[in-house]
Design a protein around this ligand. Structure first.
Ligand SMILES: Nc1nc2c(ncn2[C@@H]2O[C@H](COP(=O)(O)OP(=O)(O)O)[C@@H](O)[C@H]2O)c(=O)[nH]1
Ligand SMILES: [Mg+2]
Length: 871
């Protein structure tokens, strides 16, 4: 027996799913793979109720290792059934020199509560049928209960009842060696006389029929009978509890062999020896089974048990072989038929080719069949002299011959059909031919069809027959066509005569028409020549015109290109200028804005000045009115004085005439002379005052007019400034002011010019205001008058009347007294700046005007350009 642990998996060989047995494909493949290792083998199956230590026993005794089949745990319910160790195990046999290969099978599920008894029977039966060594495992002694548990066999008998006697006999012979192992056995094995007995004796004693005739005893004896009947070679072994420790029992697999009870160890060793001695190959009728036949057996068992029948042992080999042979035969015949069918589908296959293919296809099929038969013979599945073998051989020969004959007939039929089809095709073609000239096409067609017939592969006689048929048809057709053509020819000859006559007539008609046409042609020829000449001249004329046009066109083109170049140059220069102008325009706009701001300021100033002037004029008018009133008062006084003077003179004349009164008159005359002198003095004084007043009035008028002129001049200048920002005018205006001021300043030392001072002062103030505001607004670097100073001047101006105006006050603030004073210089500077600004403005306007002109020129040029393009 092999020693040492092996790491091999276990595979389910037959599983039970929903009471249906299934031989697993994996197990089939494993068993078939054993063919390489061994020819024959033993099959050991351990059966017994669940959790009776079966798996542990196999691991310890058969595998001699702790790990192997699952111990202590049942596998999933769905995989319950028979489990196989996936490798061959070799046992040293006491009987033969060679170690015996064996397949180990464990069972699961017998006696489990949830399973039906039928299920247990199936496993039990399968185990018995498959095994060469049947180990029944149970706990305790062989008492009635133990035998009852083995009563499953009773159920087996029920199934056996369905079989005939010979089958039963065969089955019994097929049943394996039986070993009953009693676990946790504590009894002392002694007979009734106290003699030591062997476990086998103990078994035999237990199987002895009980005495009595009661039904119970009969039932018990029945079981005993069946056991002895089924298991003709039987033995028994007892094993004590492996360990005294209850806890260790739960995990026996983890204990080493030496840790087990010594007695148990001894018993296991003894069991291994017995096992080696007893193990034998699985065989039938003295012939060992092979992996192949074992698989076939298993298939047969599974199928028949699933069908609810008892496997027929005797005939199963023959049946399997027969079935297998049949299968091989059917497969071979199918291959043969398919190959021949494929060949027959091709065109042009001859009988010779069919025969050749028949032999070619047949050879591998026959070889396979022979191989199979040989295999069956080798595996004792077939008897060389058996009827099945000779029948199978005959059958395959016969069936293939039948198929071959069938194929020959089919090929013949196919050839006939092909030739018939060729013939029909040709006849159709023949009937379609109506034209005489296509007869030659028929000959070509005939040749083609003949070739097709030759290539059809049909029998030569058949081919000749068909070719003759076709040729005959052609001949008939040609004869028919010939007759038809003869008739047609005759008719055509008649028609030809008629046509000849018609042609003669027609010829004459044509001659006449020809003469007419000749004339017409001659005339047309003349016309044609004339037309040609005209056409020629016209053509020349046109040519000349075209040349001229071409020349002019070339000139025009040159000019156009020249103009275009010029235009491009102009455009470039214009664009440059435009760009410059754009820059200038932008600058001008900026400046224009500045001027506009200045203009607004000047307007505001002018408005302010207007108000002041209005006030001043009103004051002057009031002054004039007052002076006028004064003059009229003085005139009245003079008139009165003159009257009184006249009266006085009258009185003096009267007194010279009357001496009495002369003295008196002398006094009066003295008084009147005095009065007269007084009056004359008064008159002269008044006259002087009057003249002075008149002069003053005149001066005031002049001043008023000057003021008006000044104002008008300011207005003119301002309006000009407004309109054109003409600072030149402003300069003139300032000059005028300056001159006016100069005139007035020249008169400041004159007595009568005293009143002018105030005017000058006012004018100056006017100028000063204008100047200040202008300068304050426009020349930031110029020193400004302090507010207090300007207020003081304003106050002085408003409080001053022409009569009490104080020149010294005015002189203090008058900038024109000394023209070198900064204020005057600044004024001059302002005027100069204004002038320059005006000049710049003029320049800008000039630029704008020029750019407008340029724009117009460009517009005109573009228009010309567009018009030219359109032309
Ligand atoms: N009492 C006793 N227990 C055992 C013996 N052999 C194995 N066992 C224990 O019984 C349980 C079931 O063993 P197992 O081999 O799986 O039983 P199986 O169901 O019949 O295959 C395990 O816990 C084992 O440790 C034995 O000889 N005596
Ligand atoms: Mg188990």
């Amino acid at each position: 027996m092999n020693k040492g642990p092996r790491a091999m998996k276990i595979s389910v060989i037959i599983s039970i799913i929903s009471s249906e047995l299934k031989l697993e494909q994996e197990a089939i493949e494993i068993i078939q793979s054993f063919t390489d290792k061994c020819k024959n083998f033993a099959v050991v199956v351990v059966v017994g109720k669940y959790r009776t230590g079966k798996s542990y026993l196999i691991n310890q005794v058969l595998l001699q290792q702790n790990q192997g089949f699952n111990v202590g745990s049942t596998v999933n319910a769905c995989t319950k059934g028979l489990w196989m160790w996936s490798d061959i195990i070799y046992f040293e046999s006491g009987r033969s020199k060679e170690p015996i290969p064996a397949i180990l099978i464990d069972t699961e599920g017998i006696g489990s509560l949830e399973e039906e008894q039928n299920h247990d029977v199936k496993i039990f039966l399968l185990a018995m049928l498959m095994s060469s060594y049947f180990i029944y495992n149970s706990v305790g002694t062989i008492d009635d209960m133990a035998l009852q548990n083995l009563g499953l066999i009773v159920n087996l008998t029920k199934m056996l009842q369905k079989t005939d006697e010979s089958t039963q006999k065969d089955l019994f012979e097929t049943f394996p060696s039986f070993l009953w192992i009693l676990r946790d056995f504590t009894l002392r094995l002694e007979d009734e006389f106290g003699n030591k007995i062997t476990p086998k004796d103990y078994l035999e004693n237990a199987l002895k029929p009980l005495k009595g005739f009661s039904e119970t005893i009969e039932n018990k004896n029945k079981i005993r009978r069946h056991i002895t009947q089924f298991f003709q070679e039987r033995d028994c072994m007892t094993l004590v509890r492996p360990t005294q420790d209850e806890k260790d029992l739960q995990h026996l697999s983890s204990l080493k062999f030496t840790e087990l009870r010594t007695e148990f160890q001894e018993q296991l060793t003894a069991l291994r020896k017995k096992f080696s001695y007893k193990i034998s190959l699985k065989q039938y009728k003295g012939k060992p089974t092979t992996p192949f036949s074992f698989v076939e057996m298993c298939k047969h068992f599974v199928n028949t048990i699933n069908e609810g029948n008892m496997p027929v042992i005797e005939t199963q080999w023959q049946m399997i072989c027969k079935q297998e042979l049949n299968r091989t035969l059917i497969g071979g015949l199918k291959i043969y038929k398919d190959s021949i069918d494929e060949l027959l589908q091709q065109n042009g296959v001859s009988q010779e080719q069919l025969e050749k293919s028949h032999h070619i296809v047949l050879q591998p099929i026959y070889l396979q069949f022979v191989r199979k038969v040989k295999y069956y013979l080798e595996n004792n599945c077939l008897d060389k002299e058996s009827e099945e073998f000779s029948t199978a051989k005959k059958m395959i020969k016969q069936q293939i011959q039948e198929l071959y004959v069938d194929a020959q007939q089919r090929l013949n039929k196919k050839h006939e059909e092909q030739l018939e089809e060729i013939k029909i095709q040709f006849l159709n073609k023949l009937n379609e031919q109506q034209q005489q000239e296509n007869i030659w096409e028929l000959v070509v067609e005939l040749n083609q069809k003949q070739t097709m017939i030759w290539n059809s592969g049909a029998n030569q006689n058949l081919q000749i027959d068909y070719i003759q048929q076709i040729q005959q048809n052609v001949m008939n057709k040609i004869q028919y066509e010939f007759k038809k053509l003869s008739l047609q020819l005759k008719q055509q000859c008649d028609n030809g005569n008629q046509i000849q006559e018609d042609i003669k007539e027609q010829k004459q008609r044509y001659k006449k028409q020809e003469a007419d046409l000749y004339e017409k042609i001659t005339q047309m020829e003349k016309d044609k020549n004339q037309l040609r000449v005209e056409l020629e001249s016209e053509k020349n004329k046109n040519l000349r015109q075209q040349q001229q046009i071409l020349q002019s066109q070339t000139t025009v083109d040159n000019k156009v290109s020249e103009y275009m170049n010029k235009l491009k140059q102009i455009e470039r220069s214009y664009n440059d200028q435009l760009n410059e102008k754009d820059v200038l325009i932008q600058n001008s706009e900026l400046k224009q804005k500045q001027y506009q701001n200045e203009l607004d300021k000047v307007k505001a100033l002018q408005k302010q000045q207007d108000n002041l002037n209005q006030q001043e004029i009103a004051n002057l008018r009031r002054e004039i009115e007052r002076l006028k009133d004064e003059i009229s008062d003085k005139s009245e006084t003079i008139t009165k004085l003159k009257q009184s003077l006249a009266e006085t003179e009258n009185v003096s004349q009267y007194s010279s005439l009357q001496p009495s009164r002369r003295i008196k008159n002398q006094d009066e005359h003295n008084t009147s002379t005095f009065n007269k002198d007084l009056y004359e003095y008064q008159i002269s004084t008044l006259q002087a005052q009057l003249d002075e007043q008149k002069k003053l009035t005149q001066n005031l008028f002049d001043a008023f007019n000057s003021q008006n002129n000044l104002q008008r001049s300011i207005y003119d200048n301002m309006s000009q400034s407004q309109n054109m920002m003409n600072n030149n005018k402003l300069y003139q205006f300032l000059n005028v002011i300056h001159q006016l001021i100069g005139q007035f300043v020249g008169k400041t030392d004159e007595r009568e010019g005293k009143d002018f001072k105030s005017l000058i002062q006012k004018l100056f103030n006017l100028f000063e205001d204008n100047d200040n505001s202008f300068i304050n607004n426009n020349l930031t670097d110029r020193p400004k008058l302090k507010n207090s100073e300007s207020q003081r001047i304003e106050k002085t101006m408003s409080s001053e009347s022409p009569k009490n105006s104080n020149l010294s006050n005015c002189q203090n603030i008058n900038p024109f007294r000394s023209p070198d004073q900064p204020k005057y210089q600044n004024t001059k500077m302002t005027i100069m700046q204004m002038f320059m600004q005006h000049k710049n403005k003029e320049k800008d306007q000039e630029k704008l005007r020029k750019s407008a002109q340029l724009e117009n020129v460009l517009k005109n040029r573009n228009n010309m350009h567009v018009q030219r393009k359109m032309c």
